[in-house]
Design a protein around this ligand. Structure first.
Ligand code: AMP
Ligand code: ZN
Length: 462
């Protein structure tokens, strides 16, 4: 299996540290606002990667964090803690906000059939581990303290910037957590490991005692601390959106490697954005559709999963309702196949080796999901594959596609609709389109719609 590694900027043979085990850390959401479908692209991507690794025989330990403290808004928002800001907006406490949006996030993920992480870890449950890591960094001489915060001193780390390739001199100031206007800060790229509860943060609701005074952790340290705690000092895969490359992940690498003296991550995987009108879909831009918007437009959340798979994870994907509708039509086709062949048992049937090989070849090529889907459509249209084997192969594919085809149950259709459907199929076989259209109208009058596939037609409730 080959995987693109942001660190080496090349597609590499995937060789985990201790096969068949794979350790994978996925940067999780900051739970101050609702989950949008841009997040879904990233986490469905993690899920595709994890399921592909399983298809290739690996045993994946997948850790994902929930950021519920320390993640500050960028320059434009003048550097508030996102959670505190969300709480102020809604009149709830930060803890209530975190609980509410964590639940919304997890419900959304389950709607797109993202497998739950092996360990779901909350930042606020790991303050002690973050403090310990900061202490290690201080003991190793990589930190300094001001009246406002404990900083990581990037000038002490000769390798700082290796992920993004940015030189320290080119580093932008005022990025994400670098918002405490602190005149004692030494270098623009230095980042906060611990915020003191002083100045603008004097009333910060979440705070803990520490060797640097009462306060709260910076955002980046949480991922290093939790990754090490659950997966060890060096792991196989770490994922995030491309926005994490220049700051969050760069900082994670610096603080982890300067603390342990070992490489932090073997393969860095980054997902391109889901866009709207050519711009990143984001909470702050208020252009984010949620799972509710998707359902309101009668798009199955799993059709969205299919939509994501049509584009390679490293390419931006511009979301439109037309493309979502197109994915829904494709999903209906697969749905119809599962309904039409519901009664065929496949327990003792072997999948088509030829198709399985092509499917694996596509996914093994840096997760070429679009190519893997092409294999699916080719299989479906291949009249030389016996139907039992076709179904079995498709259901094996679905272990990775995650469209839950196994769970699809035919709906109960009134007898007269079944008769109309049969008559319509006969009319279609005779290419009698006029009668076929009339029969469709009749079926629709009974509250059903028709989905046509090469294998036949099914009726669904409108
Ligand atoms: P956040 O909660 O904003 O920190 O985002 C959580 C994860 O979702 C990060 O890895 C982001 O890079 C990713 N993400 C946020 N917005 C998008 C988007 N529009 N498309 C793809 N990934 C996104
Ligand atoms: Zn992270």
């Amino acid at each position: 299996m080959k995987l693109y590694n942001t660190l080496s900027r090349t597609t590499e043979d995937f060789k985990p540290l201790s096969p068949p085990k794979v350790t994978m850390y996925a940067c999780g959401p900051t739970v101050y606002d609702d989950t949008h479908i841009g997040h879904m692209r990233k986490y469905a991507g993690d899920d595709m990667l994890r399921r592909t690794l399983s298809l290739f025989g690996y045993d994946v330990n997948h850790v994902m964090n929930i950021t519920d403290v320390g993640h500050l808004t960028d320059d434009g928002d003048a550097g508030e803690d996102k959670l505190e800001k969300g709480a102020a907006k809604s009149g709830q406490t930060v803890w209530e906000i975190a609980d509410h949006y964590t639940k919304r996030f997890l419900d959304t993920m389950s709607a797109v059939n993202v497998l739950p992480a092996t360990h779901l870890t909350k930042a606020t449950d790991h303050i002690a581990e973050m403090i310990a890591l900061n202490e290690k960094l201080s003991a190793n001489g990589f930190t300094y303290e001001t009246d406002q915060a404990l900083y990581f001193d990037t000038s002490k780390d000769a390798e700082y910037g290796k992920l993004s390739g940015q030189k320290l001199s080119e580093k932008e100031t005022g990025v994400r957590d670098d918002v405490v206007v602190d005149t004692d800060k030494k270098n623009p790229a230095d980042f906060v490991l611990w915020f003191k509860r002083v100045g603008k943060f004097a009333d910060h609701a979440m705070h803990w005692p520490s060797p640097w005074g009462d306060g709260f952790p910076g955002w980046h340290i949480e991922c290093s601390a939790m990754s090490m705690q659950y997966l060890g000092e060096t792991i196989d895969i770490h994922t995030g959106g491309v926005d994490h490359i220049p700051v969050h992940h760069e900082n994670e690498i610096a603080q982890s490697e300067c603390a342990t003296g070992h490489p932090f991550v073997k393969y860095w995987v980054h997902y391109a954005f889901l866009q709207v009108d050519g711009e990143k879909m984001s909470k702050s831009k208020q252009n984010g559709y949620t799972i509710d918007d998707i359902r309101e437009k009668n798009i199955n959340p799993l059709a969205l999963r299919l939509l994501f798979m049509q584009t390679h994870y490293r390419k931006p994907l511009n979301f439109t309702w037309e493309s979502a509708q197109g994915a829904q039509t494709s999903f209906d086709r697969l749905h119809a196949f599962a309904v039409l062949h519901h009664d065929i048992t496949i327990d003792t049937v072997a999948p088509s080796e030829q198709y399985l090989d092509s499917f694996k070849e596509a996914l093994g090529d840096d997760l070429n999901t679009a190519k893997a889907l092409a294999v699916v459509w080719q299989l479906l249209g291949d009249k030389t594959v016996p139907i039992e084997q076709k179904k079995k192969t498709l259901f094996v594919f679905d272990e990775v596609l995650g469209l839950d085809l196994k769970k699809i149950e035919p709906i109960v259709i009134p007898e007269h609709v079944t008769t109309l459907l049969k008559e319509r199929s006969e009319a279609r076989a005779q290419k009698n389109w006029q009668v076929s259209d009339q029969l469709r109208t009749e079926i629709e009058k009974s509250g059903f719609t028709v989905i046509d596939t090469e294998d036949g037609s099914i009726a669904q409730k409108i």
